[in-house]
Design a protein around this ligand. Structure first.
Ligand code: AHR
Length: 504
């Protein structure tokens, strides 16, 4: 019996390149929120904790993901944060009402400890400054504390805290989601644009080597999107290197076909922000190209209801602890593909977040650590999606869903790693009942052979992983055959795939 399939085609050519991929698109995010810090990366009483209190079981998984940069300390939390509370002797640090998430912040972890943790994780730090309740002064002081070698008040204070060498933090966010009414110290576009410009000016005077991210809209559904981008960039275009994008998706209606198409919304979001940046560039007769920092992205909706039950002012309660399903992993795979296809403009991206809070890694306080379903597409794309993103010419059958028309069943991104002589195809099959038979014309990669075809599939789109029970995990028995530069792959129904080719 011949198995029923749908057929699609891809043409890739070595010379048809989108861009060199900035590895920072595989970044992530740790906010002082829920159990991301306390019980996540830092838990001195945990059996695996080192002398700094860092959980080694968590660090091992973070290192496995090869996360190049981690944004810190927020998020919403940064908009009312006094960074000075988190430095110096621990016993002298104040506990504070943390207004964004209405919890108590003990400040047992702060800037220096996070820099130590990031070092241990082989990551760089992307630091956010408070432009909600504070401004130019706190930002320039924090930068001086972190990056100035010594001989001044703030840099000597760092030294007195045991950090002789400057942290040399390169990438800085000028606030967080300043258009959001939920933000402490929300601003109008004009107010934010002016403040961000003046803060950037002062920060660059302290350290001209830094890179700055100006706040874009909190998400593409904000009523002020994209005029917020246009108006704020009128002020910040010449002083910022990146503009931020944030977006979270969810499947509240349970319509999987529609849900898997949501990466098309992300695509549209990126393209609209690029167009807005280029409009301001033209208006200003500027020679500079603005890049994008997609510094919060993920699935977030599972925990919304249970978060309403949290007792205010507790310490590190379990907040935003989404338990991810198999279908969430498929969407995450497509969101990563989307960023690869826009790697000419998206230079930084942070999966939000990294541990416990809407995260690929989950822990129990004092106990186990495990991988959520979304860990897998993130892991494979981060580890193997390095090099140059190629422009795949795709012809795929399409479907219509509630919110989208012409959704290709095949969602793909292709990466060429010249150094390793490797070509990697990442692909989601959005078809819920049929396999996709894909013919990939890769004739410019003569002599390449399939080394592995990893598949993430599951009969149950709602399957989840819990401590000690990994129901959703990849296998490497995918069907792929390379013949004379022609690759034929079968992507099972409703699956995420990675096909890796290497020169013989
Ligand atoms: O990542 C969770 C929250 O989502 C962040 O604190 C905020 O920036 C966004 O709204």
């Amino acid at each position: 019996m011949v198995k029923e399939t749908v057929k699609a085609k891809i043409v890739v050519d070595k010379e048809s390149q989108i861009s060199e991929i900035d590895k920072r698109i595989y970044g992530s995010f740790i906010e002082h929120l829920g159990r991301a810090v306390y019980g996540g990366i830092y838990e001195p009483e945990h059996p695996s904790a080192d002398e700094n209190g860092f959980r080694q079981d968590v660090l091992d998984l973070v290192k496995e993901l090869q996360v190049p940069i981690v944004r810190y300390p927020g998020g919403n939390m940064v908009s009312a944060y006094n960074w000075e509370d988190g430095v110096g002797p621990r016993e002298e640090r104040p506990s504070r009402l943390e207004l964004a998430w209405r919890v108590t912040e003990t400040n047992q972890m702060g800037t220096n400890e996070f820099v130590d943790w990031a070092k241990a994780a082989n990551s760089d730090v992307m630091m956010a400054v408070n432009l909600g309740t504070r401004g130019i002064d706190a930002a320039r002081n924090l930068l001086e504390y972190c990056n100035h070698p010594g001989g001044t008040y703030w840099s000597d204070l760092r030294k007195s805290h045991g950090y002789e060498q400057p942290h040399q933090i390169k990438t800085w966010c000028l606030g967080n989601e300043m258009d959001g009414p939920w933000q402490v110290g929300q601003k109008t576009a004009h107010e934010y644009g002016r403040l961000a410009y003046e803060t950037a000016k002062a920060m660059r005077l302290v350290d001209p080597e830094i890179e700055l991210v100006t706040c874009g809209s909190s998400n593409s559904d904000m009523p002020t999107f994209p005029s917020w981008e246009a108006e704020t960039l009128e002020h910040t275009y010449e002083v910022a290197d990146y503009i931020s994008l944030h977006q979270y998706y969810g499947n509240r209606s349970g319509d999987t076909a529609n849900y898997l198409a949501k990466s098309m919304d992300m695509e549209n979001f990126i393209e609209t922000v690029v167009a807005t940046c280029d409009y301001i560039k033209a208006k200003k007769r500027s020679k500079k190209k603005m890049h994008l920092s997609f510094d919060e992205w993920n699935v977030w909706f599972h925990s919304n209801e249970q978060d309403k039950e949290i007792e205010p002012w507790t310490v590190a309660p379990p907040q935003l602890e989404d338990v991810y399903t198999f279908e969430d992993a498929l969407l995450v795979g497509s969101m990563l593909n989307t960023m690869l296809r826009h790697s000419d403009r998206v230079k930084v991206a942070c999966m939000a977040q990294l541990v416990n809070v809407i995260a690929p890694i989950m822990t129990e306080n004092g106990g186990a650590v495990w991988k959520q379903t979304i860990f897998y597409p993130y892991y494979y794309t981060s580890v193997y999606g390095r090099g140059v993103a190629l422009q795949p010419l795709v012809s795929s059958p399409k479907y219509d869903s509630k919110d989208f028309t012409d959704v290709p069943y095949l969602d793909t991104a292709v990466v060429h790693n010249e150094e390793k002589e490797e070509v990697v195809v990442f692909a989601t099959n959005r078809h819920l009942s049929l396999p996709l038979e894909v013919n990939i014309d890769a004739r410019s990669f003569e002599g390449y052979e399939v080394v592995e075809h990893v598949v993430l599939e599951n009969e149950d789109v709602k399957a989840i992983n819990i401590a000690g029970q990994e129901n959703v995990k990849p296998h490497a028995n995918g069907e792929s055959k390379m013949d004379n530069g022609n690759l034929v792959s079968i992507f099972p129904k409703c699956s995420w795939n990675m096909v890796r080719l290497q020169k013989k």
